[in-house]
Design a protein around this ligand. Structure first.
Ligand code: RFL
Ligand code: PHB
Length: 390
């Protein structure tokens, strides 16, 4: 089989890249080791920057997003039994974020791809990118029990942190930076109204908690748990009790509980692989970088990468120019490192670290107090949360 761009991974990075390329008349094939229904069952991100919404709009994916997405122009920082609103709009000259689940974006992308009749292969095995150092790269895989070779001009590695693309790069050609945090997030999804109409990020002696949502009738909550914790140890009742214990009383009293229909634990890490281009192989999204979810940046970074790479590929096919492809890695990484810093900072500010003593806790509270009293400090938080411009 032959195509112009072989896309490994059918998460938001791979599907969005495929959608933009198809719109520009560039042939592409998406391959994924997971089944389509499993891809749609994953519950992940919820907060979209305005730049992300713009890119999705330009790709023709705005209809349901604008209908069902919730505009948020502020959120709460809760600590020390109090609650402080970060006025995103007031601090950033009117900017906001949109709450719309990654699951819904993925559904919109899969529907659009199917409507356009673009080829996707699911449930494939042994995906390997080859010869990306030369002029004729290709991807091999097993599909329906049979070996398949996809010849292409470029390979986009959109296969997440555990994918095959980054692993195909010789370690000597890449530098990796990593921080693993000694805790994870236990997330729960339930068909109950959210405790507040805005998100609440809570720093508490028992650990961090986050109140988020997917709609006005569906809540998404998280609590910090030690690394290695098992989800089986958490009944719904234990989760609700722990969540309430970590919120200021006036919120805790208003939490509506109900049976969960999804509960999972995500470990927290910061990771960056540099560069993000190796000849004709490009790493995109979580394949190249991971941020802890505290800053709500992972999906937004993936969309930023896709924006830069699709610009480079369109320039290549339209004008024969290599400038955009050559600039891809540096442009993406400059944005990535700022989000890595912000996500690390939010994580450090809001979580309880097992090794932290009374001194570190006092410093956290002083910084939170500073954020509530200094417009300059709050503006730094707001500017990063709504997203730095492309
Ligand atoms: P994905 O979504 O991991 O998709 C990768 C795809 O590649 C496939 N794959 C392979 N295919 C073929 N061969 C192989 N060897 C393969 N290995 C893997 C996988 O099956 C999969 O389909 O990466 P992508 O597309 O780069 O998207 C990244 C985002 O998913 C991720 O950054 C966000 O979910 C992070 N994130 C958040 N980001 C935000 O911007 N805002 C948020 O509010 C936010 N909250 C979160 C999050 C991530 C979380 N978890 C579970 C880690 C909250 C959580 C709890
Ligand atoms: C979510 O709704 O899943 C969510 C919201 C904000 C975050 C992380 C996750 O910072």
């Amino acid at each position: 089989m032959r195509t112009q761009v072989a896309i490994i991974g059918s998460g938001p990075s791979g599907l969005l890249l495929g959608q933009i390329l198809s719109g520009a008349g560039i042939a592409n094939v998406v391959v994924d080791r997971t089944r389509r229904d499993h891809i749609l069952a994953r519950v992940r991100a919820g907060v979209l920057e305005q730049g992300t919404v713009r890119v999705l709009d330009q790709a023709g994916l705005g209809a349901r997003l604008h209908n069902e997405g919730l505009i948020h122009d502020g959120f709460s920082l809760a600590f020390d039994e109090r609650d402080h609103r970060i006025d995103l709009a007031g601090l950033t000259g009117g900017k906001h974020v949109t709450v719309y689940g990654q699951t819904e974006i993925t559904r919109d992308l899969l529907d659009a791809r199917e409507t356009d009749g673009m080829l996707s292969l699911y449930d494939v095995e042994d995906v390997v990118p080859h010869d990306f150092d030369g002029e004729r790269p290709y991807v091999t895989l097993i599909h329906d029990g049979k070996p398949l070779r996809i010849d292409c001009d470029f390979i986009a590695g959109c296969d997440g942190f555990h994918g095959a693309s980054r692993r195909a790069v010789p370690p000597s050609a890449m530098t990796c930076y990593e921080r693993i945090y000694p805790f994870g997030w236990l997330g729960l999804l339930a068909e109950v109204p959210p405790v507040s109409h805005e998100l609440i990020y809570a720093n508490h002696a028992r650990g961090f908690a986050l109140c988020s949502m997917r709609s006005l009738s569906r809540s998404r909550y998280y609590v910090q748990v030690p690394a290695g914790e098992k989800v089986e140890a958490w009944s719904d009742q234990r989760f609700w009790d722990e969540l309430r214990a970590r919120l200021p009383r006036h919120h805790a009293e208003k939490v509506t509980t109900g049976p969960s229909f999804e509960k999972s634990i995500a470990p927290l890490r910061s990771f960056v692989a540099e560069p993000m281009r190796f000849g004709r192989l490009f790493l995109v999204g979580d394949a190249a970088h991971i941020v802890p979810p505290t800053g709500a940046k992972g999906l937004n970074l993936a969309v930023g990468d896709v924006h830069y790479l699709s610009e480079g590929l369109c320039e290549h096919y339209r004008e024969g120019s290599e400038a955009g492809l050559e600039a891809y890695s540096a442009r993406a990484l400059s944005r990535v490192w700022k989000a890595v810093r912000f996500s690390w900072w939010m994580t450090t500010l809001l979580h309880r670290f097992p090794e932290a003593g009374a001194f570190e806790t006092k410093i956290q509270l002083a910084e939170l107090d500073y954020l509530t009293h200094s417009r300059a400090a709050a503006s730094m938080l707001a500017e990063n949360y709504v997203g730095l411009s492309y």
